[in-house]
Each structure stands twice: as C-alpha cells, then as structure tokens.
Design a binder for this molecule. Structure first.
Ligand SMILES: [Zn+2]
Length: 129
C-alpha cells in the first residue's frame, strides 16, 4: 500500500513504527511503560503525552492541596492552602486554554497533512497505471 502514516505525537512527521508512533517516540513511551494508555489518550484527546502529563499533574496537585486545606489546623495554614488552590486553579485554566488552542492548530495541520498524503497516494496510483 502506498499510503504512509506518520507519528501520533504532535509536530512529528516521522513514519509510524509501532502503535501509531515513530521509532523514537515509541521507544520513549515504552521506556516509561506507558505505550498502551498514553496512546489511547492521545488518540482520543488529540493531546500530546506532555500535555496530558501537564494537566494531570496540576489536577493532582489541586486534589492534594484540597486535602491539606481540609486537614490543617489554624487560620493561617488554611489561608495559605486556600491561596495555593486558587493559584493552581488559575494555572489549570491557563494550561487548558493554551492546550485548546494548540489542539485546534494541530487538527488543522492534520487535515492538511491528510490531504497531502491523499494527493500523494493518488499520484502514485496514477504513475503505476
Ligand atoms: Zn514521532
């Protein structure tokens, strides 16, 4: 088949080696033991592994801070954790909107890439005839 797929990682145009990734990114995911789950998340969300990690770690930190807020004793400590939660929630919103913009750019780039690959496939079919 002349159709050539490229890596699932955003902004990587290397050919697919395994599970939707190029050799480099596949090896990277494999070393982290995250090939299966990360690949599915990337496919579903149109996000990169780094972006998924970024959002997850902020969300985890918010959860931890909320637990701290509920368990600390004394007004000062509660004010401190309340401030931290507010800051983290702000960070999360910023990350989410930045990543949302990147996702839209990426979707557009993928559409163009798919069209280009489609044209190439058609050209190759023509020369074979
Ligand atoms: Zn790649």
């Amino acid at each position: 088949m002349a159709y050539k797929r490229t890596c699932s990682q955003a902004d990587c145009d290397n050919p697919v080696y395994a599970r939707g990734f190029c050799r480099k990114h596949y090896n990277m995911m494999w070393r982290k033991g995250r090939v299966g789950t990360i690949y599915e998340k990337i496919e579903q969300s149109n996000m990169t592994a780094d972006e998924i990690y970024e959002l997850n770690s902020i969300r985890r930190e918010i959860e931890r801070s909320k637990q701290m807020y509920n368990n600390v004793i004394g007004l000062d400590a509660r004010v401190k954790w309340r401030k931290k939660i507010t800051k983290l929630e702000h960070d999360l919103k910023e990350s989410e909107s930045r990543i949302e913009r990147l996702k839209q750019q990426r979707a557009e780039k993928r559409r163009q890439k798919a069209m280009k690959e489609q044209r190439e496939t058609e050209n190759q079919t023509e020369t074979m005839e």
